[in-house]
Design a protein around this ligand. Structure first.
Ligand SMILES: *Cc1c(COP(=O)(O)O)cnc(C)c1O
Length: 393
């Protein structure tokens, strides 16, 4: 898409090389009557190539939840990607966009029994589990399947850690592998997730130090583990320096090989790292106000908030960069909030954002690097606001 690049945003934006950022160019050149995520397929393809190069022989299974736009899935199918799916819906989406069933894994450790049966019937053979009950469910509805056991990561250094919700304790692993075998399943491997937005490749080291001895112990106990699934965690750029994706991925693989030796099959499940930087959100300022004459902070209300796509501002964990037509002018601290009638719909308050003093209602802004975990998190009609619009270039 080669939209002519004009307008106030462009003038304000030395930050962007518009000519090489199709989504930014499109946003600068067009008007939007509601918040819109614009995603560049070319950017995703380039990211895939970089991660693929860095990861070497590891198979990429894109974590579909990061951005389930059908055109995004199809782009990755064409690149040869596999897919990490969490539900029947995601499996159907990938198959519908041409993915081969052997390239799909069912990676959610909390699956509906009928979804397991569906996956088994269409030919999915690789499933995740972290409990006895889930293994029983898989054995019943997908007999003979390959399973990998997900481990809790104790020492995540990620900006968006995944907590103890997923995975089993190290002390349960051996029992679960034995149980899988006893149930007639193939105890195929291990998985973990370092936590999303793990900014530095060296942050993987403590997690790998935790998992490697478990891998070696399981093999010593007679489980012929084939697969090490290293999950996601590959970072996007939100203003803090990150390594180039190829180099980051290569360093992670190096760190794995140093601890695990030669693993028969490596799998990675990038979500954010593949799609976040490929998209930006076109948004608008609804209101700029102060609570009192001596209020230190302005309150800036956007037409998008916590419930319409920016869910990852929860805990102010992910700090999106906001580009305005007044960038370069004087700035002051702002509390940033969404438009809905829920008091939790505040994006940044504990650490206010500095925005131009000239910012006014009606100003169009661009929220950078929003290609991941935005459209898939947007509610269907809270307060009558439509779900986040998506345009794929
Ligand atoms: C969400 C998810 C991912 C993707 O994580 P990112 O940090 O976005 O790369 C990978 N694997 C599993 C099992 C997930 O749930």
């Amino acid at each position: 898409m080669n939209a002519p690049v004009t307008g106030a945003l462009r003038a304000a934006l030395p930050v962007f090389a518009f000519d090489t950022d199709p989504a930014a160019a499109f946003i600068a050149a067009n008007d939007f009557d509601r918040p819109t995520l614009v995603v560049s397929r070319a950017r995703i393809a380039a990211k895939y190539d970089a991660l693929h190069d860095g990861l070497g022989r590891a198979h990429i299974h894109y974590a579909v939840k990061a951005n389930p736009a059908p055109q995004v899935i199809r782009t990755l199918v064409k690149k040869g990607s596999g897919f990490d799916c969490a539900s029947r819906g995601e499996i159907e989406l990938c198959l519908g966009q041409g993915a081969r069933v052997e390239d799909i894994s069912f990676g959610n450790t909390i699956k509906r029994a009928s979804d397991v049966a569906f996956a088994h019937n269409v030919g999915v053979t690789l499933f995740a589990a972290d409990s006895e009950a889930e293994l029983e469910k898989i054995a019943k509805h997908a007999p003979g399947a390959r399973v990998y056991i997900r481990l809790i990561v104790e020492n995540s250094l990620a900006d968006w850690p995944l907590s103890r919700k997923f995975g089993c304790a190290a002390s349960s692993l051996a029992g679960l592998l034995d149980y899988a075998r006893d149930l007639g399943l193939v105890a195929y491997g291990l998985s973990f997730h370092v936590g999303s937005q793990t900014r530095k490749s060296e942050f993987w080291n403590p997690v790998l130090d935790q998992v490697a001895p478990l891998w070696h112990a399981a093999r010593a106990a007679g489980h012929d583990l084939q697969l090490l699934n290293i999950g996601g965690g590959f970072p996007a750029f939100y203003g803090e320096h990150i390594e180039a994706p190829r180099r980051y991925a290569a360093r992670v693989v190096e760190a794995i090989e140093a601890r695990f030796g030669m693993v028969p099959e490596l799998m990675a499940e990038p979500g954010r790292g593949l799609v976040a930087d490929a998209g930006h959100i076109a948004a608008e300022v609804m209101l700029v106000s102060r609570k009192s004459a001596d209020d230190m902070h302005r309150w800036v209300y956007l037409d998008i908030g916590r419930f319409s796509g920016l869910a990852e501002t929860e805990g102010e964990a992910i700090r999106y960069q906001i580009v305005t037509p007044h960038d370069g002018g004087d700035t002051g601290p702002c509390v940033l909030a969404g438009p809905s009638c829920d008091s939790a719909d505040i994006l940044y308050e504990n650490r206010p954002v500095n925005l131009p003093l000239a910012l006014r209602d009606g100003d169009r802004v661009l929220i950078r690097n929003c290609g991941a975990y935005t459209s898939s998190y947007s509610s269907v009609g809270f307060n009558g606001f439509p779900p986040l619009d998506v345009i794929v270039l």
